[in-house]
Design a binder for this molecule. Sequence first.
Ligand SMILES: *Cc1c(COP(=O)(O)O)cnc(C)c1O
Length: 229
Amino acid sequence: MTTIADRISIAQSRINQAALKCARTPNEIQLLAVSKTKPKEDIIAAYQAGQRKFGENYVQEGEQKITTLRPLYPDIEWHFIGPLQSNKTRVVAEHFDWMHTISRDKIAARLNQQRPSTLAPLNVCIQVNISQESSKSGVALSEVMALAESISSMDNLLLRGLMAIPTATSDIKLQQQEFSQLNNAYQALAHTYSHIDTLSMGMSNDLDSAIENGSTMVRIGSAIFGSRT
Ligand SMILES: *Cc1c(COP(=O)(O)O)cnc(C)c1O
């Protein structure tokens, strides 16, 4: 039986191999361990294996875990990666270190207003809807720059880059095209603003292609913690 520590080390070596294959430095690519629905014991096991960045999708679950684990493990970095309704922004503003899924000015403005002044600015990514499916959240590529400009004027938010969940597809060409469009948008953003260093894309099944196309953070859940019920 493999342990969480084993699976983190497997994920890490997949990242390293993918990076070397396209002549990138492995430590340019961060592993975000997606711990949604998993108990805090699993997070502690991952922490003890050296993992420091964790992703959560649900506001209340995340708040509970952070409140319990922050005093014990203050060097964990907590990333909110789920959809966020405007009436739940305060929890994210008060507890998380990162927020990956900003796609509306209104959400950004609320997070900015609710971020306690005692905390460092909230690190944020703009979520891009690259698949053009109306059911998916995120802004169109053509809207990235306008939202970035608005966020850049908010003192309690620090814009770090882009996040995307590409089309779930076995069409390699489509996948490649989406990743490369995201990378272009990311490069344009980095050209315009300072502190842009995060392209959050790639999961278990598309990690190689994401890394080849400039990803700096891959989000992996079930391959580390097991499947979710
Ligand atoms: C759940 C989730 C992941 C991880 O998915 P797995 O299939 O468990 O690896 C990554 N990114 C986002 C946005 C998610 O919601």
